[in-house]
Design a protein around this ligand. Structure first.
Ligand SMILES: NC(=O)C1=CN([C@@H]2O[C@H](COP(=O)(O)OP(=O)(O)OC[C@H]3O[C@@H](n4cnc5c(N)ncnc54)[C@H](OP(=O)(O)O)[C@@H]3O)[C@@H](O)[C@H]2O)C=CC1
Ligand SMILES: CC(C)(CO)C(=O)C(=O)O
Length: 286
């Protein structure tokens, strides 16, 4: 099975390495030519093991029919969307972003088969060619448009745990609810995911946010019981959340697609989350 992973950041390098380990054909598309050259020379190191994966900054090298996994951040998507409007028209495409604000942007894409993907792994980019697998989890997929059958082979990749979900809204909402608790708290407190459990004050805040989310999304009780939130914090205890990683690197945070999305979708005001949103937005570098 052939894959093209767009974006060689934390999730892109992790996913590409896992697919390579499983024996799949993988091409990594980077934004910068220099990163592609480094990857072609040094390979990608994941947890001490080097994987020789082809990389390129050129979309023209993308094989027709390879699965395209889009692993860039929400703020990078406009460029990817505009490329997809002109290129790779027959490839099945999977968008792996956290958040849900981007779904609107995908409406006018010409590709027939589009899915959403969820990454329940923790990944940390160590350098241009190295990634650390900081939390073991699974991949989840659901159809956004087209033929479900096109994506089912994704569930049969050696050693890569994956689930298919029938309801994309439910699948993505569960993840965005999870991210709206863990990501802003870890970014505001500058702590790894595990400290949300071990620090009693952080834990209190986590519980309060969950209670607040329950007012706007009562379905959270079934969709994402609090024990599942704490289980994920425990499973990714050593992970620097993607929002904290962005803050530390001075990059734009995925605040709109995660927090603003939830604030807007809730029928009631969510004062704690609104405060988190404005605190992080105010401190964000332009
Ligand atoms: N890290 C994690 O543990 C998890 C992350 N996620 C989600 O996965 C998504 C990706 O996150 P993450 O991997 O951490 O992000 P990173 O910032 O580490 O990686 C994003 C990558 O996309 C690249 N990129 C940007 N624009 C383009 C382009 N036009 N063409 C090709 N590549 C491009 C960037 O390149 P450049 O360096 O040149 O800017 C960068 O390498 C996010 O939505 C995040 O929320 C989900 C679960 C866990
Ligand atoms: C699941 C979690 C919280 C793992 O850190 C994540 O999705 C992220 O960091 O964005």
């Amino acid at each position: 099975m052939n894959f093209v992973v767009i974006g060689a950041g934390a999730v892109g390098m992790l996913t590409a390495s896992l697919l390579k380990e499983a024996g799949c054909g993988v091409l990594l598309i980077t934004r910068r030519r220099e990163q592609a050259e480094l990857i072609n020379k040094q390979g990608i190191t994941k947890d001490g093991k080097v994987h020789y994966i082809k990389a390129s900054a050129e979309w023209d090298k993308i094989p027709a029919n390879a699965y395209m996994l889009i692993t860039v951040k929400y703020s990078h998507l406009p460029e990817i969307i505009s490329a997809l409007k002109r290129k790779s028209l027959d490839n099945p495409v999977v968008f792996m972003q956290n958040g849900m604000m981007h779904l609107e942007m995908l409406r006018n894409l010409p590709q027939k088969n589009i899915a959403a993907g969820i990454v329940e792994h923790g990944a940390l980019k160590v350098s241009e060619t190295e990634v650390r697998h900081t939390g073991r989890g699974i991949f989840k997929f659901a159809l956004l448009r087209g033929d479900e059958e096109r994506f089912l082979p994704l569930l049969k990749i050696n050693g890569v745990k994956a689930e298919w979900h029938k309801d994309s809204d439910k699948m993505l909402l569960r993840k965005v609810l999870l991210n709206s608790m863990i990501n802003p708290l870890t970014a505001l407190l500058s702590v790894k995911n595990g400290e949300l459990l071990s620090n009693p004050h952080a834990y209190e805040l986590l519980k309060n946010v969950y209670t607040e989310l329950y007012t706007g999304f009562p379905e959270i009780e079934k969709l994402l019981p609090f024990e599942q939130v704490t289980a994920l914090c425990a499973a990714t205890a050593e992970n620097t959340s993607s929002m904290l990683a962005d803050k530390l690197a001075g990059r734009q945070l995925e605040l709109d697609t995660i927090l603003l999305y939830i604030i807007r979708r809730s029928p009631y005001t969510l004062p704690i989350l609104q405060t988190f949103y404005h605190l992080l937005k105010a401190a964000e570098k332009e």
